[in-house]
Design a protein around this ligand. Sequence first.
Ligand code: HH2
Length: 266
Amino acid sequence: MAVLNVTPDSFSDGGRHLDPGLARARAEALAAEGADVIDIGGESTRPGAAPVPLDEELRRVIPVVRRVAKALRVPVSVDTSKAEVAQRALDAGARIINDVTALRGDPAMAAVAARTGTQIILMHMRGIPGTMQRRPRYRDVVRDVAAFLEEAARRAQAAGIARRRIWLDPGLGFGKTVSHNLALLGGLDRLAALGYPVVIGPSRKSFLGALLDADIGERLAGTLACVAAAWQRGARMVRVHDVRPAVELLTVLQAIEHGHAPRREH
Ligand code: HH2
């Protein structure tokens, strides 16, 4: 899953793809690098970020979703917690909702997902972006996050969303210390054991900066280490900015697991 932020302030690619033409060109490049999904978001959720009003998020996201969905065969996902943004993005051609609030951000979101039969990603976040990094605490972070996500999936199904359409994400960096993020990566198999496909977004995040004493542009190797660790513990989708290196890593990892090259190369 490739990240395409159409925001002025995202922590790593903010301000670069606000113009729909530039965003489409970037999406084409990401697809050519091997992305299976393009995740388009108009609201930064980095720690401390302020909420974006509905009109502004619609204005940023919908023209880009429309252009990208029309130009590419790769499915588009919309990174939003607002039901109206999700609905209008689906109308414009998106096929997946990526909701970092796991349906808690907007009471109308579950109905949109249920009615449209779309895939939905439910992510764990402690608190809200404005305050989530203020002394986060858990009893057992893997168990607590798994319990939260299991309950979110149960609520989603009670609202009419089919089980097979639900993905779970532990939300690296969303109300977590460095140790919490490492524990979640190391214990990802316990999340995968819930039986839902798992997606995870380690890309360039600040826990890697803290571990490696590295600026945002220097976190690729750290990101790839997380991708490998997550894959080996059962993750089935990784949300990254640097698509080609992640695809190469996963291609080699899978070739090692299967003992032969991917079928298309025979
Ligand atoms: N992380 C970010 C945003 N959306 N969605 C999922 N499912 N999982 C994640 O880990 C995740 C996410 C934050 O990263 P980014 O989009 O690069 O930055 P920003 O929120 O500043 O736009």
